[in-house]
Design a protein around this ligand. Sequence first.
Ligand code: RP5
Length: 165
Amino acid sequence: MAEVAIVMGSNSDLPVVKGAIEQLKAFGVSYEAHVISAHRTPYEAEEFAKNAKARGIKVIIAAAGKAAHLGGVIAAYTTLPVIALPIKSSLMDGLDSLLSMVQMPSGIPVATVAVNGADNAGILAVQMLALSNPELSEKMEAFKTNMAMAVKEKDKQLQEELKNL
Ligand code: RP5
């Protein structure tokens, strides 16, 4: 059974969405993924959102571009946390998608990550699950420690390079 469900408005979103999938896989989190459109398949969007909790899903990631209402529509039909991933569209560089997701009216929040911020969508989903999963919480601690160590190593390299300027 999947803990995270990823829905995307079109299969054209998949190249970006893969970043979230990779994070979930790296943390060993089970997931499922579907193409569901708030505009083209509104009935399926409603059905999916209404049934997700009963199926054992704990977090939903909704990726969409252009007039990106998918996250908001899904959030309207479920009490599960919804993470919205705005996809960079061709004409407006994803600003259209970002605003469609982040400017939700009071009462229906969606946690919107950066345009094409798929990694963070996956990481945020893991952090939500880690609240009730000590093993996952430990993995998240290690992830952050490793990230900090990588930055410190970069600073060390910079100090060496500065000596040669
Ligand atoms: C949105 O419209 C999708 O999420 C996608 O980002 C965008 C374009 O979809 P396609 O025309 O490529 O199917 O609904």
